[in-house]
Design a protein around this ligand. Structure first.
Ligand SMILES: *[C@@H]1O[C@H](CO)[C@@H](O)[C@H](O)[C@H]1NC(C)=O
Length: 305
């Protein structure tokens, strides 16, 4: 063995020795928390208001600001709209308002259909960029996101923040929940970090549907380290959540809920859990996925206005 190889071998042995005792520690409570478990029916049902808010994100701003967007608006009848924006072209639609039944300010972003989002995710030259230091002050430049998603979030950021501020003071709210489907979920996840940084006193929650991978490993770890509740719900064999590929340096945050073929909603611990009960294991490549699962149904609700 060459001296250098010997040093490397010693170093890796050392690493194993250093890591082994910690991982060998019995942690029954932690293991219980970490198993893949099915949500109870009441927990699944509790997502319905957010699923309708994510779906309403596809509606025209004129309809969401008047809260007359049809079935998705009628499903949350007590919602009080505050502001809506976007043009559905360069800037995805968004709306902000207050849900008195939930006691939460709601922010929703429009998604895209599969044919529009796939080119954004499958391009081999996907660029990652550090988060804008004006919008994300103090965040390390090693934390990177898909530049298309970062650009989309940037375009609506100030409008969303000012509407959330208005809603907080008008309704005396202390909780903000961000939602969206597909590209809308990616924007909403970046918004969750952004709002947490600008409104550190508020309780921030993210509930996304069909979320693609938004950033690099440092981004996923950073989001996991924040006091933000993150849930991303993946339907069956949807291919969007497995894109962009991990081999391109993209990683999911924790918080996956996977709807399996039986219709059960399984909570998958960790980032990119490779169990075949979770989406990374269930859809090992795009050929085993099904594009038509992207829009739902999520507990009977199809995404779209
Ligand atoms: C996936 O879930 C299992 C529970 O069945 C857990 O033991 C494992 O640590 C998880 N994997 C990751 C990568 O978190």
């Amino acid at each position: 063995m060459a001296p250098q190889a010997k040093v490397l071998a010693l170093l890796s042995l050392l690493a194993v020795c250093l890591v082994a005792p910690a991982s060998a520690l019995p942690a029954p409570a932690k293991q219980r928390r970490q198993s893949i478990i099915a949500l109870a029916q009441a927990q699944v049902t509790a997502f319905r208001p957010y699923t309708h808010y994510a779906s309403a994100g596809y509606c025209q701003p004129a309809a969401t600001v008047a809260w007359n967007c049809g079935a998705n608006c009628q499903a949350n009848p007590s919602f009080v709209p505050v502001a809506s924006g976007g043009d559905g072209d360069e800037t995805q639609f968004w709306f902000v308002g207050y849900d008195p039944a939930l006691g939460e300010v709601i922010v929703s972003h429009q998604g895209t259909d599969t044919s529009e989002i796939l080119p954004l995710l499958e391009d081999a030259d996907i660029i990652q960029e550090s988060l804008d230091s004006g919008l994300f002050p103090g965040v390390s430049s090693s934390i990177k996101a898909h530049s298309g998603f970062a650009g989309s979030q940037k375009r609506s950021a100030s409008g969303v923040l000012s509407a959330v501020n208005t809603a907080i003071s008008k309704f005396g709210a202390s909780k903000v929940t961000l939602t969206g489907h597909s590209l809308g979920a990616a924007i909403a996840l970046l918004d969750a970090v952004y709002l947490h940084l600008h409104l550190p006193q508020t309780t921030v929650k993210f509930i996304g549907y069909g979320l693609p991978r938004v950033g690099n490993q440092e981004f996923a770890n950073y989001v996991d380290s924040l006091p933000i509740s993150v849930t991303h719900i993946n339907n069956k064999e949807d291919i969007v959540p497995i894109l962009p590929g991990r081999f391109l340096g993209f990683h999911h945050t924790s918080g996956e809920v996977h709807i399996v073929d039986t219709g059960a909603w399984l909570s998958c611990p960790g980032q990119d859990n490779t169990s075949d009960e979770c989406i990374v294991g269930d859809v090992p490549n795009i050929f085993e996925g099904d594009e038509s699962d992207h829009d739902g149904p999520y507990d009977g609700i199809e995404m779209g206005c």
